[in-house]
Design a protein around this ligand. Structure first.
Ligand code: CP3
Length: 350
């Protein structure tokens, strides 16, 4: 079937909903960031959370990858921790998030507020409204995002990043009621934050559950799936489709498909053809090139993009992306080769 060329917003929305497209849309997680010299120039040495709150600078770095690397969507520049200080938690970046006093007691959890993000972080919505005005003419879609409750809780309980989050996993076993109370507050925060982003102009929203893949299927079903389902059910998905990202989650795919998300974003360890079979029309897929491959020569990147696109053919829709964020130090040419490859692919197909 030949389709009239779509504009980038139509292409992304249609792919998310599983409607026919001329070729997959493309964007990259962490497409704004330290691999771009112009990002480093604007960032300077401003503390990271202050930088996220500077509307003019955040708008500028959100738009940088559009001009420079040929991405076809803009994700608002922010961080999953931006709405967290408003709950009453002190967070620093060094460069990863560090929680001044890790949240481990009933009293601390009870003291957490769930603010209206429109009041606690009004700048996020100002950045989104400004971006939407900037992007309207070229019909480039705008994405919002939030960290998922489990991933936010992982950092809040552990206090910092970890490869296996031992304190969090001990809390699951020893004090399940505490963790449940924390997850309930975070779920409320995440729903409000994503909802307000859609209201401010986000056309797609992505939920990052980077660490949910730590869990077995049984624990995922008990500890994470209910929050994913609640978030999917409460968001206005007819207005803005929901993308759900999990890292290291091949073993969870069948359960993640029960979340109700419109798109499941997978890392590079997952076979997309197999994932497409399992999804069987229930969700579109996003991903999943290994970010490390962007260090390869352009011809190899193009070949791998073709493989990814072909392997996703059985899915009801596919959004080309990486399997995780762009790594610091990635050559800009590698990122350009990635976005170029899918455009060339579209021409070949027609
Ligand atoms: O994708 C984008 O371009 C939008 C911006 C974005 C950032 N963080 C900016 C950022 C997004 C979507 C995130 C999500 C995020 N942040 C996640 C989920 C996805 C993932 O990567 O797993 C997580 C776990 C965080 C928490 C976080 N923020 C960490 C662990 C770090 C430090 C490590 C690192 O990669 O730098 C950050 C800081 C951060 N967030 C930077 C950027 C551009 C680097 C800050 C800098 O030094 O300039």
């Amino acid at each position: 079937m030949t389709l009239a060329p779509l504009d980038p917003t139509q292409r992304l929305l249609r792919a998310c909903r599983g409607e026919p497209v001329d070729r997959p849309p493309v964007w990259l997680m962490r497409q704004a960031g330290r691999y771009l010299p112009e990002y480093r120039a604007v960032r300077g040495d401003i503390p990271f959370l202050d930088f996220c709150g500077d509307v003019e600078k955040a708008v500028e770095v959100s738009l940088q990858p559009l001009r420079r690397v040929g991405t076809e969507a803009v994700i608002v520049f922010s961080d999953i921790f931006v709405p967290v200080p408003g709950m009453g938690v002190e967070i620093d970046f060094a460069p990863g998030p560090v929680v001044a006093v890790p949240i481990r007691s009933r009293a601390q959890i009870e003291a957490l507020r769930v603010p209206d993000p429109r009041e606690s972080v009004p700048f996020v919505f100002e950045i989104l409204r400004t971006l939407r005005r900037e992007l309207e003419g070229a019909r480039v879609p705008l994405l919002g995002f939030a960290g998922a409750p489990f991933t936010l809780a992982a950092y809040l309980v552990e206090g910092r990043s970890s490869s296996d989050f031992p304190v969090l996993r001990r809390m699951i076993a020893e004090e399940p009621a505490l963790l449940r109370a924390l997850l309930a507050k975070l779920t409320e925060l995440v729903v409000a934050h994503l909802d307000a982003q859609v209201e401010a102009g986000a056309q797609v929203v992505q939920l990052f559950d980077t660490w949910a893949g730590l869990l077995s299927p049984e624990l995922y079903r008990e500890w994470v799936l209910p929050a994913h389902r609640e978030i999917a059910a409460k968001l206005p998905r007819a207005k803005a489709p929901l993308v759900l990202y999990l890292r290291q989650s091949a073993h969870l795919l069948d359960l993640v498909l029960e979340s109700g998300a419109d798109v499941i974003s997978l890392d590079w360890r997952v076979d997309l053809a197999e994932a497409a079979r399992r999804a069987a029309g229930r969700a579109s897929l996003q991903g999943n090139l290994d970010p490390g491959l962007l260090f390869a020569p352009p011809e190899l990147i193009a070949e791998r993009v073709r493989e990814v696109v072909v392997s996703a053919r059985g899915a009801r829709g596919h959004v080309l992306n990486l399997g995780h964020g762009v790594l610091p130090g990635t050559p800009v040419e590698g990122v350009c080769a990635f976005t170029e490859a899918v455009r060339a692919f579209g021409d070949l197909e027609r």
